[in-house]
Design a protein around this ligand. Structure first.
Ligand code: SAH
Length: 520
């Protein structure tokens, strides 16, 4: 290295790569620079903000040559806002970046051979329209220096609110709803919550829209007992205004008095309309293979506290893939771990003998049971608890359960055909992975929202006797660095896995299902 660099130095650099947080990466004299807001292909003058021995963080000062991959971002706040890290990068290039990110994690963290990954990895499924795709937004509420109540998004890695009611990732209705709520707070002098002091009333505003049904939910997170404080005393006027918005179906308050980063409180009070909204998801046959659980649509009830995929259009692709990878023939016993409101479970149920879903949030499990009833599905059961506790309890016979589809249910549940997991970003708990390995399913379908933890967990499963058969990324989160991945693993000890090639006609499928029923 020829020289070292210090804070505030100005450096000219060519950006050659994109980092895991979306930052541009370039090298000068063997010294690596991580430059926020720089796009791969840019030549830029940058100012060093933090210097280490061999690398430094820097800020974009001046673009000298504009990258051909730069595009005009729609949102004027995209640089300050922590939500979109790569909005200035051309969408095609974003997809390429995400495909590489998953590949690199599998190779570097998972220790898989590049040749294997290149053989099993299919091209990323991108979005047709990369804006206005989110069905859910959670806006923090705070007080501006000038005393106004504001809402918007946190600046990257901080809790400073960037005032913005027009996010182009969310639905158009968000703006009107936020403006009604802010005006109401101004009019009645309702204070925003202050994270430092723990005082004030309104913490967050959650808005969700069912894309298919058009139903809208608003949930205001309050720092106080429902009914006691000023917020509620003028509720009738507020509700009347919200009710006029097309699609408004549910308005509720969530009470969160904890000094925590967790947004929602556990207590929910419906103030107007219904406690849930509904939405419909369709899954399609991705490859016209004639798999049984394709071409269906199901209807889901969603509560304020329940997880529901945020990008409904891409979710249809994600679920279709997960079902295709599960390779069901109508007879299988399937576990769906981290099942949320039972979305994947219920699609699986239509093509399997029986399905058991496990989820930690009790309200989501209530929704899952209601969703099974609504859709007339009788071969799915749901359990509240941690996957790493419920699964071992079944395996070790501590949970007394009888199968819904046949007499030897408990044995089927101990050794299922397929296990689907869809954990949060931190991935699966070690006990959960260990129990999966002891259960020895023929196939594991891993749906992941963090390819680093996916790679770590796949390594454990592969060391335990599984092999990676298929991997495909799905872009659920355009303009952010996040990417969803679906992965199929098969048990090396199982009989040769024929399901990938198996092509059942719909007639075959119904025949097998009927036989299954008659054997009960
Ligand atoms: N498969 C669902 C939900 C996926 S999100 C869907 O597609 O909609 C991950 C879910 O895991 C969330 O619902 C979360 O509440 C749940 N969860 C988090 N930790 C868990 C754990 N240890 N055991 C079971 N569920 C958990």
């Amino acid at each position: 290295m020829d020289r070292t660099y210090r804070k505030n130095d100005l450096v000219t650099v060519t950006i050659e790569d994109i980092g895991t947080d979306g930052e541009g990466i370039g090298k000068v004299d063997g010294f690596t620079l991580f430059v926020k807001d720089a796009v791969v292909g840019d030549v830029a003058q940058v100012r060093i903000t933090k210097a280490k021995k061999q690398y430094a963080y820097a800020r974009l000062e001046k673009l000298l040559t504009v990258s051909p991959f730069r595009t005009e971002p729609k949102c004027p706040c995209h640089r300050q806002c922590g939500g979109c890290q790569i909005q200035a990068l051309d969408y095609k290039k974003q997809l390429e970046y995400k495909q590489n990110k998953v590949r690199n994690h599998l190779i570097r963290i998972g220790g898989f051979e590049p040749e294997l990954i290149d053989r099993v990895m299919e091209p990323i499924l991108g979005m047709e329209e990369p804006y206005r795709y989110r069905n859910k937004a959670q806006y923090p509420v705070g007080t501006h220096r000038d005393g106004r109540v504001v809402t918007g998004f946190y600046a990257g890695r901080t809790h400073n609110i960037i005032s913005n009611t027009e996010c182009y990732l969310g639905v158009e209705e968000n703006r009107e709803i936020l403006e009604i709520l802010l005006a109401h707070m101004e009019e009645y002098h309702i204070p925003a919550y202050d994270e430092e002091t723990g005082r004030g009333q309104v913490r967050h505003i959650l808005i969700r829209k069912g894309f298919f049904t058009g139903e809208i939910m608003v949930c205001v997170v309050l720092n106080g007992k429902y009914g006691e404080k000023e917020y509620i005393s003028h509720q009738a006027q507020l509700l009347a205004k919200l009710a006029l918005i097309k699609g408004m179906t549910s308005v509720s308050a969530s009470i969160n008095t904890e000094k925590t980063n967790v947004i929602m409180g556990k207590e929910i009070h419906t103030l107007w309309g219904s406690p849930t909204i509904h939405d419909v998801i369709h899954v399609r046959d991705m490859k016209q293979t004639g798999y049984p659980c394709t071409g269906q649509q199901l209807d889901f009830a969603i509560s304020p506290l329940s997880f529901y995929q945020v990008n409904p259009i891409q979710t249809e692709k994600l679920y279709s893939l997960a079902l295709e990878y599960a390779g069901l023939t109508g007879r299988e016993t399937v576990w769906d771990l981290y099942c949320g409101i039972g979305t994947i479970s219920l699609f699986l149920a239509s093509g399997a003998g029986q399905v058991c879903g496990v989820e930690i949030v009790p309200q989501a499990i209530e929704d899952a049971k209601e969703n099974a009833r609504r859709n007339g599905i009788h071969n799915a059961r749901f359990f509240v608890g941690k996957a790493e506790e419920v699964l071992p309890a079944f395996y070790e016979g501590k949970q007394e359960e009888v199968s819904v589809s046949d007499g030897n249910g408990s044995e089927d549940l101990r050794h299922p055909d397929v296990i689907v997991v869809d954990p949060p970003r931190k991935g699966c708990d070690g006990v959960c992975l260990d129990t999966i390995l002891r259960m020895q399913p023929s196939r594991i379908v891993y749906v992941s929202c963090d390819s680093a933890t996916l790679a770590r967990d796949l390594r454990i499963l592969c060391d335990g006797g599984y092999e990676v058969k298929r991997v495909r990324a799905v872009d659920q989160f355009a303009h952010t660095v996040h990417v969803e991945t679906v992965c199929l693993l098969s048990n090396r000890k199982s009989k040769p896995d024929t399901h990938v090639k198996l092509s059942l006609s719909m007639d075959d499928y119904y025949r097998i299902k009927e036989e299954g029923k008659n054997n009960q």
